[in-house]
Design a protein around this ligand. Structure first.
Ligand SMILES: *Cc1c(COP(=O)(O)O)cnc(C)c1O
Length: 492
């Protein structure tokens, strides 16, 4: 039986179902499994299996308090025809690497991989725990989580979903996707601030006991759809296992051979899931953590110092415009040998001094990671080159990953086969992608989608077709200080 404990050391042990409902721990820490389970089947037995079956095995190995029937229902409900590719996660070989295409779900970004199953995991958990309150999901988004959470939870009985995004901080397509969201239980607000402000605001609300009591009296319990929720993180482990098995199936590697995994990183959730896959038994040589110009993580992996006393940049990979990567806390906890006191100290330093430095023990564990970054210019060049040389269209985030991977190979000469997490459809960032492959100016984001389709012939995801003709349903722009009020109004 795997249990969940807080990264900050409180001894309040939870089942997976309880941790999924709660989202964040009472001591402000994040829930982590008390042990990482080994792969429940040999790699050879996972080769050739459909995505759903791999997901069932991997998520089931972590969430041991869910019965097999419950888990099967969650997985079957999540990974069905709402994905536009029958394989769910196609793996495409291009430019000497294998791209794990995680963006064929309802909102055309990898967040769909977890957010299409989270509502099932959560509503199952509510039944198991006999939770009678309405669950109110609060979400801060840098663009993609918000829409994926809205789609996942729209009209799910017993839930309200509230999303905060940075005004001017997301792409036009991303914004339009969110503000046109249908569903009686959906609420969307632009805030006057950046993603870190939104995330900090949401965390503050979670940690406000009085506010929680007030909501409780209104019949509401708060939870999170951000990757601080363990129910977001664990489903992501499955696709790394699936990707590895796919390379074995195609004869590119033999079971047991090492791979490198490259992840365009923001909040550190996706790459942490890769790390968990490694701990389960997928042989990974290096976890390559790719950042954009907001390169706090690159500096951290190079120096052991996490320092957010720096300028914040808006880039063309907005889902990675983040200085505080929440899930790094989970990695540090594991690397410290589950030392909650140490993590608590580091996180307090981050709050108060805006930086911390890790000790030798954690530093040793960081050697499995390589950090690199790409500028906006690098990103655009990489998209253009990939398209010209391989006819393969990648989005800005994936381009950051590929560029950092190229730098890594050049620096180290390490030719180990690489799996790159491809995190969004190029159409989500159509303006940048269109310019990168040499197309001219268009009037708005939607015109870029059409121009890109005309040039490349790549199918536009259903989610993005005719987006500009949809009714705008959410118009609120609020100050950061008004976030609690917005929550209260929404759940009334
Ligand atoms: C969220 C997101 C990322 C960053 O993922 P994390 O798990 O937050 O590190 C990268 N690319 C895209 C397209 C995203 O939506």
């Amino acid at each position: 039986m795997i249990q969940y404990q807080s990264t900050r050391g409180s001894k309040n042990i939870k089942t997976a179902a309880q941790a999924v409902i709660q989202g964040i721990a009472e001591d402000k820490g994040l829930y982590v499994p008390d042990q990482i389970p080994a792969l429940p089947k040999k790699i050879e037995e996972l080769v050739g299996r459909p995505y759903k079956e791999v997901a069932f095995e991997i998520i089931g190995a972590f969430f041991t308090d869910y019965t097999k029937e419950e888990m099967k229902r969650c997985v079957d409900g999540a990974y069905d025809s709402k994905f536009e590719e029958a394989e769910i996660v196609p793996v495409t070989h291009a430019g000497g690497a294998d791209f794990l295409e995680l963006y064929h779900g309802k909102t055309a970004a990898f967040k769909d991989m977890a957010l299409s199953i989270l509502p099932y995991l959560l509503t199952t958990a509510m039944k198991k725990e006999k939770e009678d309150k309405k669950i109110c999901i609060l979400t801060a988004t840098s663009g993609d989580t918000g829409k994926a959470a809205l789609e996942g939870f729209a009209d799910v009985p017993g839930t309200e979903i509230i999303v905060f995004f940075p005004n001017q901080g997301v792409s036009q397509v991303q914004e339009r996707q969110m503000v046109t969201q249908e569903g009686d239980n959906t609420h969307v607000f632009a805030i006057e601030g950046n993603f870190d402000d939104a995330q900090t605001g949401v965390k503050k609300i979670f940690n406000d006991r009085d506010f929680a009591e007030k909501l409780s009296a209104m019949g509401c319990k708060l939870s999170s759809a951000n990757s601080i929720n363990i129910g977001r993180l664990v489903p992501q482990v499955a696709y790394y296992v699936y990707g590895y098995a796919k390379l074995v199936e195609r004869g590119q590697i033999k079971a047991g051979d090492p791979v490198n995994i490259v992840v365009p990183t923001g909040n550190f959730g996706n790459i942490l899931a890769a790390y968990y896959a490694g701990k389960m038994g997928i042989p990974v040589k290096k976890f390559i953590c790719a950042s954009n110009k907001n390169k706090v993580l690159t500096d951290f992996f190079n120096t052991g110092v996490y320092d957010i006393n720096r300028e914040f940049y808006l880039t063309n990979s907005p889902s990675m415009d983040i200085l505080i990567s929440s899930n790094l806390e989970r990695l540090l906890y594991h690397l410290s040998g589950n030392d909650g006191e140490e993590i608590s100290r580091l996180m307090t330093a981050l709050e108060q001094e805006k930086k911390y430095e890790v000790g030798d023990k954690i530093r040793e564990g960081l050697k499995d990671f390589y950090g690199g970054f790409a500028t906006v210019e690098d990103t655009n060049e990489t998209i253009g080159k990939m398209y010209r040389e391989n006819g393969y269209l990648i989005d800005t985030h994936t381009a950051v990953a590929y560029k950092v991977y190229e730098d890594y190979v050049e620096e180290t000469g390490d030719e180990t086969p690489a799996i790159i997490a491809s995190t969004a459809s190029a159409y989500k960032f159509a303006d940048s992608v269109a310019h990168s492959i040499g197309l001219g100016e268009e009037s708005d984001g939607f015109a870029y989608v059409r121009a890109l389709e005309k040039e490349t012939g790549v199918r536009v995801p259903k989610a993005l077709k005719d987006l500009d003709k949809k009714e705008i349903r959410h118009k609120g722009v609020i100050e950061i200080s008004q976030m609690p009020e917005a929550v209260e109004e929404s759940v009334k």
